[in-house]
Design a protein around this ligand. Structure first.
Ligand code: HEM
Length: 419
């Protein structure tokens, strides 16, 4: 439908959506730049993301605007600095290697459940800082239950009808959430009392030591809401992007062979390009939202206060004037030209750009490296997979179905890099 609209109406078009109001889609890089560099007082993302309130809670960085948003973002930024990702590499590689060793060989298998297991455990260990077997299992089970609650179509319909603020008080929803909240609060209190708090690297331990501008520590409610935010924003998105990467690679044997050769020789450039091309062609989030608090001229049109502008990742990434042959999976395009700030926007942009962008790309690299160095991969069927909606993401219909055989020469990429 988005493609039909852009063909019929051009770079900018309006949809009036039941329960959502007026959304103005933007697909032109100049208009997108205007939004991403615009005054955050006029462009409210928190207000536009209100649908996430029941799970994330009112102190989530995704739901705040203006000074409150910036204050919360500043507290969280240091945990996601590119350099810090190196510290998480060992955990990512260990979890990925263990799951890949268990991969069923010689039969069609959907990659997505394994990718989900990997990304959930990586978040629980690097963000929540939980690595003891029993605690990890209990927390993992409770959070999986919360995340799967909202994915059924009838529950999404209920959410839309009642509105996010009324869902919060719904008994059935509270029971699901209370269980995982109790475990999260328990973890926060245990960690606050941990004697090695200052030496720890996980995000929760860093947030427990972070201070607001007035010197105060983050409250338990703030910590709980940010942990849920990082889980929801970072887990399914990364797992699904990995499934899309595999879905594309097994249908492009030349790209897969090149990737494997480069990974074997300890190179990273093509691996980066494969990830960038996957996030271009198969963005898991189709658009980002900003609600206008005042009338604003965007793309040469005056838009009223109250309208929501939607820089459309999906359509912008398929513009033939920006990406020649846009439907083709061609990682080489990013070796020829690096991604542009306002033309490659899988992580949104401006002061709301995804906090976990480096984390996600780093994790994708580690997992893909482990996969191609341990397994020979091929397509289970010739035709590509259709896109389906799963909760907040666009996912491959069969979860990235692939066939795998053990590679003859198995060498861990970490060993290769060290050599
Ligand atoms: C491939 C994986 C991912 C994709 C495609 C993705 C995409 C996005 C997008 C489109 C936004 C909204 C940006 C905007 O409104 O301009 C966002 C926000 C956010 N993401 Fe991600 N994300 C991914 C992984 C992660 C990970 C791994 C984490 C953390 C562990 C994370 C944490 C966040 C947070 C905290 C925000 C809110 C930022 C703010 O409002 O200031 N994301 N992400």
């Amino acid at each position: 439908m988005m493609e039909d609209c852009s063909r019929r109406y051009g770079d900018m078009f309006t949809l009036r959506i039941t329960h959502e109001g007026t959304w103005v889609f933007l697909t032109d890089p100049d208009a997108v730049r205007q939004v991403f560099t615009g005054d955050p007082r006029l462009l409210h993302a928190g207000e536009a993301n209100i649908v996430l309130l029941p799970v994330l809670g009112s102190r989530s960085v995704l739901l705040l605007d203006e000074p409150e948003h910036m204050a919360q973002r500043k507290l969280m930024l240091p945990s996601f600095h590119g350099r810090r990702m190196r510290r998480y590499e060992d955990v990512m590689a260990e979890v990925a290697a263990r799951e890949i060793e268990r991969w069923p060989l010689g039969a069609p298998v959907s990659a997505w459940p394994t990718m989900q297991t990997i990304t959930l455990e990586v978040i629980l260990r690097t963000v929540f800082g939980v690595d003891e077997g029993e605690r990890l299992r209990r927390l993992g089970d409770a959070l999986r239950h919360v995340l799967s609650w909202g994915t059924r179509p009838q529950r999404l319909a209920l959410l839309a009808m009642l509105g996010p603020r009324r869902i919060v008080d719904l008994g059935v929803f509270r029971r699901v959430l209370d269980q995982s909240d109790a475990l999260i609060y328990e973890e926060i209190r245990r960690r606050r009392a941990a004697p090695d708090l200052e030496e720890r690297d996980d995000v929760l331990s860093l947030l427990l030591q972070a201070r607001h501008e007035d010197g105060s520590l983050m409250s338990e409610k703030e910590l709980r809401d940010e942990l849920m935010t990082l889980l929801l924003a970072g887990h399914e998105t990364t797992a699904t992007s990995l499934a899309w990467a595999l879905e594309a690679l097994v249908r492009h044997p030349a790209a897969l062979a090149r990737l494997r050769d480069e990974v074997d020789s300890g190179e990273d450039a093509y691996l980066d390009a494969v990830i960038q091309e996957t996030l271009r062609l198969r963005p898991v989030i189709a658009l980002v939202l900003r609600r206008l608090t005042e009338p604003m001229e965007i793309g040469g049109r005056l838009l009223p206060a109250g309208a929501t502008v939607a820089p459309c990742i999906y359509l912008l990434h398929r513009r033939p004037d920006v990406y020649p042959d846009p439907r083709a999976f061609r990682p080489e395009r990013f070796l020829e030209q690096p991604p542009g700030t306002y033309t490659w926007i899988p992580f949104g942009g401006g002061v709301r750009r995804c906090l976990g962008a480096s984390f996600a790309q780093f994790e994708m690299k580690v997992v893909l490296r482990e996969l191609v160095s341990r397994l020979d991969l091929s397509a289970a069927r010739p035709q590509g997979e259709r896109r389906v909606r799963r909760a907040i993401v666009f996912a491959p219909q069969r979860g990235g179905e692939i066939m795998a055989a053990r590679r003859e020469r198995v060498e861990s990429p970490l060993t290769a890099a060290a050599a």
